[in-house]
Design a protein. Structure first.
Length: 203
């Protein structure tokens, strides 16, 4: 009988990580989680999605942070909203892993799952800045200046979050099982390669 294996997919902004996760889900039938993790965390803690969304994949600031006193027994009252969301998402990620296969985008899921002894395939999706800017401009219909600013902000936020939670370098090939540059690889090639490796991890 196959064992569960979670595909943890880290990504640079605009590299296509979200799309690749969707394609893997469509081809394998396993669920994928991205922003859904915010919704599930809010439900677990009985907190506002709008409140938590502002703190998604955000590094805890020891000098300036918002304290949370709301929620149910799953929430540590008096902790920062940033830590509250992280801990709730961590519980959600582990719960997902206990139930079956899945694709999880970001949220340092690779570290959380490996630390808990779960079977995880860690993948990182990247691409040169120029490629990611052009792709996002085409998809979102935004101008270059806006996309460039957004890319810089998103990448920094994800990098700071990942490194503060894991102690590892975000995007370092040595920390992942598979790394793809989507400016050089067709999305279908990337998806097929990940699925084949995932099948091996389940055996």
């Amino acid at each position: 009988m196959d064992k569960h294996c979670i595909i943890s997919l880290g990504r640079e902004f605009g590299s296509g990580g979200h799309k690749i996760a969707q394609m893997i889900s469509q081809q394998t039938g396993i669920p994928y989680y991205d922003n859904e993790l915010i919704i599930l965390a809010a439900q677990r803690g009985e907190l506002s999605e709008r409140l938590l969304c502002r703190h998604d994949e955000k590094k805890h600031n020891t000098l300036l942070y918002e304290i949370n006193y709301l929620g149910n027994k799953n929430v540590h009252k008096g902790d920062s909203v940033t830590n509250t969301l992280y801990l709730l998402q961590k519980d959600v990620i582990l719960d997902i892993a206990n139930k079956g296969d899945a694709v999880i985008v970001g949220r340092s899921a690779d570290y959380i799952l490996a630390d808990a002894g779960k079977n995880v395939l860690s993948v990182f999706i990247k691409a040169p800045k120029e490629y990611r800017i052009r792709r996002t401009m085409e998809l979102e219909g935004l101008d270059e200046k806006t996309v460039t600013s957004l890319l810089k902000k998103k990448d920094k936020r994800r990098k700071d979050f990942y490194e503060s939670r894991t102690g590892m370098k975000w995007g370092d090939a040595g920390h992942y099982d598979m790394v793809f540059d989507t400016s050089e690889c067709d999305f279908n090639f990337v998806v097929d390669a990940i699925i084949e490796k995932w099948k091996c991890c389940k055996q």
